[in-house]
Design a protein around this ligand. Structure first.
Ligand SMILES: [Zn+2]
Length: 220
């Protein structure tokens, strides 16, 4: 890919949190896209025009940092559920967080309202909060948003994890079966975890020509 003479080479330049690694491609819009690395470590292809105009300053972590800074100025950071908000954002957006693999890394998102405003998170969730409760997602494969979140005791949260169900896969045509000890294991065989979960809950009939069912495995 070669730049035309009129276009400036952005390689090595810094725009906000972005460092430009090199030219990526020319889009169908005839505009140049650049490989960029964000200060937080994540990489993305960004439209050159958006880099130069300041439209894109980071992978999104810049706006999160801004709302964290705003909390400090507004005294929100002393709020009891502020640290819960912060940790939730971190494990879903920061690839350096030890929990990222199980959250952001497998598509668990935080809804935009909560992402950008701890105040909205507090308004939505504070009413039923009690000290020592942790935030829990009702559907473990869905993200953090008001409809999917509730407060549970830490004990409940752990129990929920340790009794994660196994999944039985049945080939609709041949009747052949296979057991996955954990639902997350279906990903390795190219299945969609969310769709498998929907099948198990009866919301979908089948996924990729297989039937899916939750089963409990008893250790002997
Ligand atoms: Zn970033």
């Amino acid at each position: 890919m070669i730049l035309n003479k009129k276009s400036k080479d952005l390689t090595g330049m810094i725009f906000g949190y972005w460092s430009v690694i090199g030219l990526s491609h020319k889009g169908v819009d005839r505009q140049y896209y650049w490989f960029c690395k964000c200060k937080c470590g994540s990489k993305k292809t960004v439209l050159g025009k958006n880099l130069k105009s300041g439209m894109s300053k980071s992978c999104g972590c810049y706006r999160i940092k801004q709302s964290i800074d705003a909390c400090k100025t507004h005294g929100l950071s002393n709020h009891p559920i502020y640290s819960i908000w912060k940790a939730m954002i971190r494990r879903c957006t920061n690839i350096n967080d030890p929990g990222y693999k199980s959250y952001g890394g497998r598509g668990i998102y935080v809804c935009t309202e909560w992402l950008l405003s701890p105040q909205i998170f507090i308004n939505d969730m504070y009413e039923k909060y009690k000290k020592s409760l942790t935030i829990d997602r009702i559907d473990n494969n869905d993200g953090y948003h008001k409809e999917n979140c509730r407060w549970v005791s830490a004990k409940f949260n752990n129990r929920n994890k340790s009794t994660s169900k196994s999944v039985l896969r049945t080939n609709i045509k041949t009747g052949e079966t296979k057991i996955y000890t954990r639902i997350t294991d279906v990903i390795q065989d190219g299945f969609h975890q969310g769709h498998v979960s929907y099948c198990c809950l009866g919301k979908l009939k089948h996924h990729k020509k297989y039937y899916w069912k939750y089963i409990s495995l008893i250790k002997v």
